[in-house]
Structure formats: structure tokens, C-alpha cells
Design a protein around this ligand. Sequence first.
Ligand code: CO
Length: 419
Amino acid sequence: MPRFDRSHTDDLAAFIQASPTPYHACAEAGRRLEAAGFARLAETDPWPVEPGGYYAVRDGSIIAWRINGAEYDSFRIFGAHTDTPTFKVKPNPDTGAYGWKQVAVEVYGGVPHQTWLDRDLSVAGRLVMRDGTEVLVDVDRPLLRVPRLAIHLDRGVNEGQKLHPQAQLTPIWGLGEPRAGEFLEFIAAEAGVNAEDVYGHDLFAAALDAPSYLGKDQELFAAWRLDNLTSVHAGVAALIAAEDTGTRVPVLAAFNYEEIGSMTYSAAQGPFLESVLHRLIGDDFEVYARAIAASAMMSSDTGNAIHPNYPEKHEPGHRPIPGEGPMIKVSANQRYASGAEEQALFRRSAEAAGIPWQTYVNRNDIPGGTTIGPISGTQLGILTVDVGLPILSMHSARELCGAEDPGHLAALALGLFTH
Ligand code: CO
């Protein structure tokens, strides 16, 4: 039997299943925000100044905020990312040989190839039509498979196997002669549109296995896209709950393209967040500069829990474990934004939330990853702290975290917004 209230993590599971791509994550976040009274704004329109909840979407990124009173003077920003390493369908996808139909794909981000083999995969993404409108599509049933070579044909497989990303990761999707246009005709039919009106597409392979709880006491939670929908979902839940924030404006900023370096017009290196914050303040630069100086950001992304089979990969004095709460991620070289002021901000938020917390540091000989924290902090000039949940199997098609930790992360975000 579960030993804690599962409602938050059950809700995360629903969020993950509704969000196979960044575009779906923005749509699902928007749906939840609108159910709580938020209004979607177009960046091309003038924006209202009245108190209320609002959000804007740009190319798989979403920024949402709520103005709780007539007067405000600063921001509390919870940052996350909406994308995940996977395979992206190429512009001319129809390929194949020897009686197999295949779909040509590119590798998007840091994909551990083995984890995608021999899985039922679906396809989801967006179509942009001749008239510029965007249509989401989610096939949501088994469609693709990247088949493993039989062990009899590859006796060295357990001595380590390298897969060639161009030749050996191409999924199959059926039998017969490949025909140019067939795959996109199928996708257009799934989306209920005419294939000849589809003028652009961003389509990705999607892992289909439903999220599940593991363990005798169900204290573990497995799903695809824990990195980083745990953070997007926590931010949405906290923003909906952040009714009392004094003169601070709570903001959720969830960016696309983190996994490939954040360099697009909609990503953390672009001007989207700065543009929103500037519009909320108006054109008096001194007022804006004072607001930024009084603001703080918490950038949330998953990090590595101590792995029992590979302890030598981890810093011996810092061993985060699932179930013990979110981590602050510390790096002397600022791969994570987390100096002394940032550590204090994190501790105050965690204490306000009444949650357990941990500290993550890389080994000196394993530099690890990075995230949007240093990028957004540098872009905006806002004090920024990097946090996130400890997970195993990061970037796998099925990651693992503590089942209670997503609720702790949402409480931490609310602590940031309200204290
Ligand atoms: Co991430």
C-alpha cells in the first residue's frame, strides 16, 4: 500500500500522458491554467494591466504569471523546460528497404540509444498549415519500433554495443514498399487535416508506456519525460495555488529547446522571458531595473540520484536519494547557478514549504550536465538558483524518481512564490 497521499503524483502522471511533446505540454498547462481562471494572451495584442492570471505561448515554450494586487514591484520566477531527448521525424520521412517501411529520424538532444530499442513508440507533435494555423497531433498508439539485432547475429552485444545514429536507429513502421508522402498523409489523417495543406511539421517519437509506481510500498515512480515535466507540472500547480504573494508577481517560465542548448527565438537564451517581464513593468527603464534587482528565479530540472550500482560516478559527500526531497545543485564553475545568496534563497523557500531537501555536486572529474539556470540568470540579470528532483536513468525512455518528491517540488515552488 502507498504510505503517502498520491494525489499530486497521480496528477503528474495525467500531465505526462497528455504531454508527449513541448507543444502538448504547453497546451495541457494552458488548459489547466484556463480552468483556474487564467487567460491566454497573444504576444501580438496589447496586454491587460488588471490583476488576474495570464499566459503566453511561443513555439513550445510557455510563460504564465498572475498579478494578485494592483501594486507590484518584483518577480518570483520558477523556470523549467518542456522538451526531452527523443527522435525527430525528418522532412522527407518515407524510407525503407528489403520489404520494410521505415521513418527517417534525426536524434534530438542527448538520447541514450539503447533505451529506445524494442519499444512500442508513437508519434506526436505539431503541424503548421498553409494559413499559418497550428494543429497538434498525438497518434497515441504503437506505430514505430527501433528493432534490436538478435543476439545470435551480434555475439558481442554484452561487451558493449555502439549504434550508428544514421544507419541503425531508423524505426520501422510496417511492411511493403516505401512511398513518398505516405507517412505525412497518415499523420495528416490522424490530425484530421488535408496532407497538401500541411506546410511544416515538428513530429517526434513518443514512448507509450503509462507511468507507474514501483516498490513494495510504491515509493518509486517511473515514467518518460520526468525530465522535465516534474518541474513544469510543479510550476503550474504552484502558480494556480499562489493567491497570496504580496507585491511579487509569481511567474512560471517553461522553455523549449533546453536539451539542444536553448538557442532559439523561444528558448532560454532568447528574449521571450525578458519581453514578458518588460511588458508587465512598462517602458520606464528605471522601474524595470529596480524590479529585476528585487527579483529571484528558481530554475528546476532533474538531477542524478546516487546510483547503487555505480557509486563511483557520484561525489562521495553528496549523495541525493529519491524520496528525500528536491536538491539544490551546486557548481563552483556555475554549470548550475548556486552561490551563497542562491543557497540561502533555496533554504528559505524549502523551510517555508516545510519539505526535506538535499544537495547535489558533481565529481571533480565528471563535469555533468547544465541547465537553463545560468542562461536565464545571465540573460536577465536576476538572482537564480538551480534545483530539481533526483532521478535515475536520466534521458531514458523511462526514468525513475521518488513517488513523493514531485509534491515536494510543487511545495518548494509555492514557497518561492509566497515567501
Ligand atoms: Co532536463
